[in-house]
Each structure stands twice: as C-alpha cells, then as structure tokens.
Write a protein that binds this ligand. Sequence first.
Ligand SMILES: C[S@@+](CC[C@H](N)C(=O)[O-])C[C@H]1O[C@@H](n2cnc3c(N)ncnc32)[C@H](O)[C@@H]1O
Length: 282
Amino acid sequence: MTVSQALRQAEHRLRDAGVPEPALDAELLLRHVLGWDRAAVIARGADNVPAAAEQRLFAAVDERAARRPLQHVTGTQAFWRHEFLVTPDVLVPRPETEMLVEAALELMRGLEAPVVVDVGTGSGCIALSIAAERPDAAVHGVDVSAAALAVARENARRLGQAGVELHEGDLLEPVAHLGGRVDIVVSNPPYVDPGEFPSLAPEVRDHEPRRALLAPDGPYGIYRRLAEASCRLLRPGGHLLAEVGRGMAATVAESFRAAGLAGIQTRPDLAGIPRVVSGHRP
Ligand SMILES: C[S@@+](CC[C@H](N)C(=O)[O-])C[C@H]1O[C@@H](n2cnc3c(N)ncnc32)[C@H](O)[C@@H]1O
C-alpha cells in the first residue's frame, strides 16, 4: 500500500467513526508512525509503506476511531515552543492556553528574577514554557494529582527544566512559604460546568482526567478560592491570571474584585471569546 492509499484508507475509517477532523488525524497518525514531517508526506505519496509501519498505522487508527484522543495515541502535544508528553493523567494542552503564557510573560517584562506559581500545572506546559523563556525566574507548579505531577516532572527533565519546583497539594497551600513574594500566579483550573459534562466530546468526557475538568466546588468556587489565596501570596502589585471558559469572564472578574484584587482585565482569544481574567494585589 502506498502512502497516499494508506492516508485515504485511514481517513475513511476515521470519518466512519465520527472523528471530527479525519483527514488531519489520518495524516498526523501516519507521520507519527513513519516519523515523517508534512513535507515528506506530500512529496512521497507514491512510496510504499513498510508492512510493519502499515500494521502500526491501522492499530493507531483503530484506537483513534474508538475516540481516544489523538494525543493519547501519539503521546505528545505541541504547546508554545515545545513538545509535551501527554498521558491520560493530564489534560491535553490546548492552544488557547498559550494566551496565559503570553500574558504572564508580558507582565514579567522588566522584573528581575520573578517568582511565578502555576496552579493546576498538569503536564507542566504553562510552568515549563515560562521557565524556558525566563531562565532567571523561580517557577513553581502545583497540582492535587500526584500522577499529573509525575508527567510534569518527566516533561521538566526532557526540556532541561529540572529547576522548576513541583508541589503536590491544594491551590496555593504548598507554596504558602512564599507569602508576599510572588510576582505572578497563573492558572488554568478545571472549569467545566457539571451540567455540560455529558455533552462533551467523547475524547474529553471519557478520556481526560475528571479532576482536570470538574472542580468539586463547582466551576466558580475554585476561582474564588484562588483569588482569595492569591491576595495572601502575591507581593503588592503582583498579578493573578486565570483562563476561563466561554461566558465565565464577568463572574470570575467579579470574584477577583470581591477577593480584593484591583485592575481587573479580561483578554479575548483569537475567536473573540474572553479567555483570560487578570488582576493585581493593590
Ligand atoms: C484544566 S487542567 C490544566 C492543566 C495544565 N495547566 C494545562 O493548562 O494544560 C487543571 C489541573 O488542575 C489540577 N487541579 C484540580 N483541582 C486542583 C486544586 N484544588 N489544586 C491544585 N490543582 C488542582 C488538575 O489535577 C489538573 O491537572
């Protein structure tokens, strides 16, 4: 079977299974199996796929057709400037979350050796991306999930960022010793509305960690607690930045205000959806 034939067959199977972007996923699975880039797939369409690779490709296609997330099949996801290991223990990093990295880096400009805490670090994508851009920063990542932290630790090792300190625990509790010295608290907390959980895509609902999607105290409670704890942890003038879901920005902004933060701002994503809410300790 040639590369073009394999691609067509893979796409066909994925489309039949209801996978949202069958052509793209077929290509990404083929590239994963062959270790090729996009240009090679285009240029070498008439090449024969070796039998062992063909077998691996269609095993991967079957997994994806069963609606396992593509990144669980390939094991990685690109985020900011790096490739992150992804397992079922962590949320797959989303492109919109790169906005948090961008906004945090912007607020850190001009600060020497800033102290940064990433709450709910998961794969470590935010903390490690910031640490890579700012080698002078002291970066901490916190997560309630020991399994997620193991993935973050492995990502830190692979990216040469072993200096990022990873802590297990609730919100800012494990870094309470930094009280009054933190420049930036950044977080992409779980924010799925429990009422909407059943209608999520099967890749998300059935495969991503519940704790990464649903907060036990509801979608807004975690922002309120985060804002209150940040007011104790940040230095005066230090910033809290959090990602929010569609339609949540105004309520989250209000809870930041109620917790005592000032200069509340919201930043829209590329689709115009308010995606990041920020404020600073007066
Ligand atoms: C939406 S995921 C974000 C993961 C990663 N930061 C990203 O943006 O891809 C939320 C993360 O917060 C963690 N988490 C949930 N509740 C938490 C809490 N109370 N304290 C600390 N981490 C929490 C989850 O385990 C999960 O890894």
